[in-house]
Design a protein around this ligand. Structure first.
Ligand code: AMP
Ligand code: ZN
Length: 112
Protein backbone atom coordinates (compact mmCIF):
# COMPACT_ATOMS: atom_id res chain seq x y z
CA UNK A 1 0.00 0.00 0.00
CA UNK A 2 1.75 3.08 -1.29
CA UNK A 3 0.46 5.67 1.10
CA UNK A 4 0.19 3.52 4.22
CA UNK A 5 2.40 4.91 7.00
CA UNK A 6 3.48 1.53 8.36
CA UNK A 7 4.09 0.07 4.87
CA UNK A 8 6.38 3.03 4.27
CA UNK A 9 8.16 2.42 7.57
CA UNK A 10 8.50 -1.29 6.67
CA UNK A 11 10.09 -0.29 3.35
CA UNK A 12 12.46 2.14 5.07
CA UNK A 13 10.92 5.16 3.31
CA UNK A 14 10.06 6.71 6.67
CA UNK A 15 12.59 6.37 9.48
CA UNK A 16 11.88 4.39 12.61
CA UNK A 17 13.83 3.19 15.62
CA UNK A 18 14.01 -0.52 14.92
CA UNK A 19 14.03 -2.94 17.81
CA UNK A 20 13.61 -6.21 15.89
CA UNK A 21 13.35 -7.30 12.28
CA UNK A 22 13.04 -10.57 10.41
CA UNK A 23 11.69 -11.57 7.00
CA UNK A 24 8.06 -11.00 7.84
CA UNK A 25 7.90 -8.83 10.95
CA UNK A 26 9.29 -5.45 12.02
CA UNK A 27 9.27 -3.90 15.50
CA UNK A 28 10.02 -0.25 16.16
CA UNK A 29 9.54 2.30 18.93
CA UNK A 30 6.22 4.14 19.10
CA UNK A 31 6.71 7.84 18.27
CA UNK A 32 4.38 8.85 21.10
CA UNK A 33 5.05 6.35 23.88
CA UNK A 34 2.27 5.54 26.32
CA UNK A 35 4.68 3.74 28.67
CA UNK A 36 8.44 3.88 29.30
CA UNK A 37 8.82 1.00 26.84
CA UNK A 38 6.38 1.14 23.91
CA UNK A 39 7.16 -0.86 20.80
CA UNK A 40 4.97 -1.54 17.77
CA UNK A 41 5.17 -4.96 16.13
CA UNK A 42 3.88 -5.09 12.56
CA UNK A 43 3.78 -7.56 9.69
CA UNK A 44 5.72 -6.20 6.71
CA UNK A 45 2.79 -7.18 4.51
CA UNK A 46 -0.24 -4.91 4.62
CA UNK A 47 -3.42 -5.98 6.41
CA UNK A 48 -5.83 -3.27 7.57
CA UNK A 49 -6.38 -5.00 10.90
CA UNK A 50 -6.80 -8.39 12.52
CA UNK A 51 -10.29 -8.78 11.01
CA UNK A 52 -8.78 -8.59 7.54
CA UNK A 53 -5.91 -10.96 8.27
CA UNK A 54 -6.10 -14.20 6.28
CA UNK A 55 -2.83 -15.65 7.53
CA UNK A 56 -3.11 -16.67 11.17
CA UNK A 57 0.43 -18.03 11.16
CA UNK A 58 1.50 -14.40 10.96
CA UNK A 59 0.02 -13.79 14.41
CA UNK A 60 2.28 -16.52 15.79
CA UNK A 61 5.25 -14.74 14.22
CA UNK A 62 4.16 -11.44 15.74
CA UNK A 63 3.88 -13.05 19.18
CA UNK A 64 7.28 -14.67 18.79
CA UNK A 65 8.71 -11.27 17.84
CA UNK A 66 6.99 -9.74 20.89
CA UNK A 67 8.72 -12.27 23.13
CA UNK A 68 12.09 -11.35 21.65
CA UNK A 69 11.34 -7.62 21.91
CA UNK A 70 10.31 -8.02 25.57
CA UNK A 71 13.72 -9.51 26.32
CA UNK A 72 15.55 -6.90 24.24
CA UNK A 73 13.94 -3.92 25.97
CA UNK A 74 14.19 -5.55 29.40
CA UNK A 75 10.57 -6.09 30.39
CA UNK A 76 10.42 -9.87 30.36
CA UNK A 77 11.05 -10.13 34.11
CA UNK A 78 8.39 -7.69 35.36
CA UNK A 79 5.92 -8.27 32.56
CA UNK A 80 4.29 -6.22 29.85
CA UNK A 81 1.07 -5.80 27.91
CA UNK A 82 0.29 -6.67 24.30
CA UNK A 83 -2.58 -4.78 22.66
CA UNK A 84 -4.11 -4.90 19.18
CA UNK A 85 -6.45 -1.95 18.75
CA UNK A 86 -8.99 -2.82 16.07
CA UNK A 87 -11.43 -0.51 14.32
CA UNK A 88 -13.13 2.62 15.58
CA UNK A 89 -14.19 1.48 19.04
CA UNK A 90 -10.86 -0.26 19.50
CA UNK A 91 -9.08 3.06 19.03
CA UNK A 92 -7.17 2.03 15.91
CA UNK A 93 -5.67 5.10 14.23
CA UNK A 94 -3.24 3.51 11.77
CA UNK A 95 -4.90 1.07 9.40
CA UNK A 96 -2.04 -1.40 9.15
CA UNK A 97 -2.21 -4.30 11.59
CA UNK A 98 0.05 -3.70 14.59
CA UNK A 99 0.55 -4.97 18.11
CA UNK A 100 1.58 -2.62 20.92
CA UNK A 101 4.06 -3.89 23.51
CA UNK A 102 3.88 -1.69 26.60
CA UNK A 103 5.90 -2.02 29.75
CA UNK A 104 8.47 -0.76 32.26
CA UNK A 105 5.80 0.59 34.59
CA UNK A 106 2.75 -0.85 36.32
CA UNK A 107 -0.06 -0.54 33.78
CA UNK A 108 -3.55 0.06 35.10
CA UNK A 109 -6.48 -2.20 34.39
CA UNK A 110 -9.06 -1.87 32.93
CA UNK A 111 -7.95 0.61 30.29
CA UNK A 112 -10.00 3.82 30.01
P1 AMP B 1 -3.26 2.66 17.09
O1 AMP B 1 -3.90 3.83 17.78
O2 AMP B 1 -3.45 1.36 17.79
O3 AMP B 1 -3.65 2.62 15.64
O4 AMP B 1 -1.70 2.93 17.19
C1 AMP B 1 -0.98 3.67 16.26
C2 AMP B 1 0.31 4.04 16.94
O5 AMP B 1 1.23 4.46 15.94
C3 AMP B 1 0.18 5.20 17.96
O6 AMP B 1 0.57 4.73 19.25
C4 AMP B 1 1.13 6.25 17.40
O7 AMP B 1 1.82 6.94 18.41
C5 AMP B 1 2.06 5.43 16.53
N1 AMP B 1 2.72 6.14 15.44
C6 AMP B 1 2.16 6.99 14.55
N2 AMP B 1 3.07 7.42 13.67
C7 AMP B 1 4.25 6.81 14.00
C8 AMP B 1 5.58 6.85 13.45
N3 AMP B 1 5.90 7.58 12.38
N4 AMP B 1 6.53 6.10 14.06
C9 AMP B 1 6.23 5.36 15.15
N5 AMP B 1 5.00 5.28 15.69
C10 AMP B 1 4.02 6.00 15.13
ZN1 ZN C 1 0.33 -0.86 5.32
Amino acid sequence: MDNCLFCRIAKGEIPSTKVYEDETVLAFRDISPAAPEHVLIIPKAHYDNVLKLDDDALLAKMFAAARTVAKTVGVSENGFRLVINTGRDGGQTVEHLHMHLLGARELGWPPG
